[in-house]
Design a protein around this ligand. Sequence first.
Ligand code: 13P
Ligand code: SF4
Length: 451
Amino acid sequence: MTSVALRLAVAPPTESCDSGLAAPTWDFDALTTYGPGASVDDAVPAETTNATTRPGQLPQAYRDADEADLYRRIEVAKETLGDRVVVLGHYYQRDEIVAHADFVGDSFQLANAALTRPDAEAIVFCGVHFMAETADILAREDQQVILPNLAAGCSMADMADEDSVEEAWLDLAEAYGFDPEGSDDPADYPGGKLPVVPVTYMNSSAALKAFCGRHGGIVCTSSNARTVLEWAFERGERVLFFPDQHLGRNTAKAMGVPLEQMPMWNPRKPLGGNDEATLQAATVILWHGFCSVHRRFTTAQIDKARAEYPGVQVVVHPECPMPVVDAADAAGSTELIRQFVADAEPGSVIAIGTEVNMVNRLAAQHPDKTIFCLDPVICPCSTMYRIHPGYLAWVLEGLVAGETHNRIEVDDDVARHARTALERMLAAAPKPLTGSAQGAPAATAATGSAR
Ligand code: 13P
Ligand code: SF4
């Protein structure tokens, strides 16, 4: 089991994207910002209503415990709790967390995985804040969803706050001449189409999912963005896509939408930085958001990989900029990347454009293939990285003692509307559960998953 921390200990700090990553775990945890390797210039947006990062809080005893002790305590707590708890782990989690997860998967799979355990009293979500919120929205009312470290937000999700999106909606209503609180039934509009369909990436607050639910919109993930956009274009003239400009642009471009019909909406500028004519010609309006982990990938890295390894296959996440996606051999969600590697012939050389914890794990799982990260420096998602085993031990031992720490609860009214948008997504893109059960042999697991 090799963690990013361990790799950093053996690599000179110049090989990580920020020397802060080499800081001791609990010093890193005390940072009040997103921390090194994040985005928004490493600062929580000052005026957002949904900034999700907060400094971690963990009793000292858990900080003092060593890795082996924490491993054992987590296992004992899980065994004591049995079916009362389900632990979900995103592919970007560190190995020390993935080792304890009942399901490992991408954001779509994990949203589904939670639904398969309606009898569990608690869902411990080892991922980031928006994933835990989504699980709470979809969970049974009395199920508790726990995010082990409340500082595990997503800087991209925080780039679209509710107030800014509401303001953009008012501007668009004026530009296209519709009632911003009007009907969300396409039949009530000329040509049977809504003027604008809001589409939010899963990486967004519950409030924005609710916004989409209230305005005839929908949620997408990186694994179903195209299906969701097809749904949206059946019902509307154009789409407002937030917060990730890259996923929106890459998906719409692959569907044949010309780039000149995809203006950017910068919430800090009047009319998003557009003129009326640009908006009238727009098919997809892209919010000015991005993931800085994925923004680091470049076509120069791909050129270098192809020069050094003739025959290399390049697979990237669609949060990467468009030129990178265009230059790659394949692009898709973390699950697609896992499957791409699993399907490759022994001896294949694969360069990957996604978060380094997942890439390192795939490399360890496929010693018969040469697998490396396109980014030559180590730059993990610093918010995913905040789920340390100390936190997992703390929340699980809390449950054993009858105490709930770090419960994520979405307000009922927000949850109701957000569920509408999520259910539209689930209906538009029906997909079987593909996360695998911890410890289940490959033949009996729903499918394999990267661990
Ligand atoms: P997936 O939907 O592929 O799991 O991606 C989530 C994410 O946050 C990528 O940065
Ligand atoms: Fe958010 Fe990027 Fe981290 Fe994914 S990798 S959780 S988009 S900051």
